[in-house]
Write a protein that binds this ligand. Structure first.
Ligand SMILES: Cc1cc2nc3c(=O)[nH]c(=O)nc-3n(C[C@H](O)[C@H](O)[C@H](O)COP(=O)(O)OP(=O)(O)OC[C@H]3O[C@@H](n4cnc5c(N)ncnc54)[C@H](O)[C@@H]3O)c2cc1C
Length: 374
């Protein structure tokens, strides 16, 4: 017997995961998506599903929550890291450090795979439906609304072999990093800035010059893109019957922007709260909050270590067991958490919840202080 209907706003990984999980439990799920298809926010770029923060492989975790990997999902067991004034370090891992996925509107992307799964379960997706206001119960997965990190990059065809390269250098990516991912003749090169957003073009050129100078590379049919990421902390993700998921909830890896895991898991948890009648806040606070706060502390520390720290990190990764090292640093530690108040103070303007929460507010997202809410 079909159970109640659930409205979902946004067909990103968070919203589509919620829809899939709900549909599998017999709910009628309806997704409102403002674009004409899924994946419009992304650009055919490669991204990495991080596989270090939990002992369970991310693909196993997907199986557990009912998500199939019907999209390009290639394990990468290592790569090369460049840090200033040292030789490139080769990183090797026994388990996949990450799974390479493609994002965007073309076949094989994570977005298309999730869409196909949702449609095959009878989920209704209403494209070209932008909902800025919604009165009543809904799951919101509308993605980032502010820029706490800016990414500028290029996708291209190439004859280079499959590889992953990371560069830690404030002269190329201030307080962030640049990366090159190549798979089967297609590549993505991005620099992620946590400061100096207005100089994005300059940093893009610097990244390009760096890779050209250090690697034998050919770039054909290059397509440039720019995008951003958003993180903040809230005490509750339930506002006026709406459950906030993914980046619309500020769920993001504040350190390096590996937000897909957060998006998918929070979509799953929001669905579970409908299925079990459990409280969404209890679920995400148990499963996501410790890591989210740790990632903010990690960002606070990362911004302080400078080039000497980047060299240390690079050497440490090259010593072996990079996943174990990252897992320790991505998960809760009592002593590290003593730094949380300092990290929150440092990023006060970023982590502040600027939703209005005023009585009878129906905004899917608003920043009343910025006069977006009537
Ligand atoms: C360049 C770049 C590289 C990245 N690399 C990685 C990586 O390597 N690893 C990783 O884990 N993460 C990465 N991320 C982050 C990751 O892409 C996001 O965290 C993730 O996509 C967030 O998913 P989401 O479902 O919350 O939101 P989104 O993917 O943004 O989806 C939100 C959807 O909601 C729709 N929408 C928005 N507003 C409305 C509205 N009012 N009404 C209806 N629909 C609406 C949008 O059109 C969109 O389809 C990267 C991000 C960028 C920009």
């Amino acid at each position: 017997m079909m159970k109640e209907s659930v409205n979902i706003i946004g067909a990103g990984p968070a919203g589509l995961t919620a829809a899939i999980v709900l549909a599998k439990s017999g709910f009628r799920a309806r997704v409102y998506e403002m674009s004409s298809d899924v994946g419009h926010r992304l650009n055919g770029d490669f991204q990495g599903l991080e596989n270090w923060s939990s002992k369970k492989d991310i693909t196993e975790l997907f199986k557990d929550i009912g998500i199939e990997t019907n999209f390009l999902c290639v394990p990468y067991y290592g790569g090369t890291i460049y840090a200033p004034e040292m030789k490139p370090a080769v990183i090797k891992s026994e388990r996949p450090i990450f799974y390479l996925v493609k994002r965007g509107t073309m076949p094989g992307t994570l977005d298309m795979g999730l869409k196909e799964q949702a449609l095959s379960l009878g989920v209704e997706i209403l494209f070209n439906h932008r909902l800025d206001k919604f009165d009543g119960k809904a799951i919101v997965g509308t993605g980032p609304k502010g820029a706490d990190a800016v990414a500028v990059g290029i996708t291209f065809n190439t004859s280079m072999e499959d590889q992953a390269v990371v560069v830690l250098d404030d002269g190329i990516a201030p307080k962030g990093y640049s990366y090159l991912l190549v798979n089967q003749g297609y590549g993505t090169m991005v620099t992620v800035l946590y400061r100096e957003f207005r100089r994005e073009n300059e940093y893009f050129e610097r990244m390009l010059n760096f890779f050209k100078a250090n690697m034998d590379m050919d770039i054909n049919n290059g397509k440039r893109f720019g995008c951003y990421g958003n993180f903040f902390l809230r005490d509750t993700q339930i506002h006026h019957d709406k459950l906030y998921t993914g980046e619309s909830a500020g769920f993001q890896d504040c350190l390096w922007g590996f937000g897909m895991r957060y998006a998918i898991l929070s979509g799953y948890l929001a669905a579970r709260s409908f299925i079990d009648g459990s409280t969404y806040d209890t679920l995400w606070k148990r499963d996501l909050k410790p890591m989210l706060e740790t990632s903010l502390i990690n960002r606070f520390l990362f911004e302080r270590i400078g080039h000497a720290g980047y060299r240390y990190l690079t050497k440490r990764f090259a010593q072996g067991s990079p996943c174990g090292f990252l897992r320790r640093h991505y998960n809760y530690s009592f002593f590290k958490h003593l730094l949380l108040p300092f990290a929150k103070r440092r990023y006060e303007s970023r982590v502040k919840d600027r939703n209005c929460n005023h009585e009878n507010c129906t905004c899917v997202w608003c920043r009343c202080g910025e006069k977006a809410c009537p």
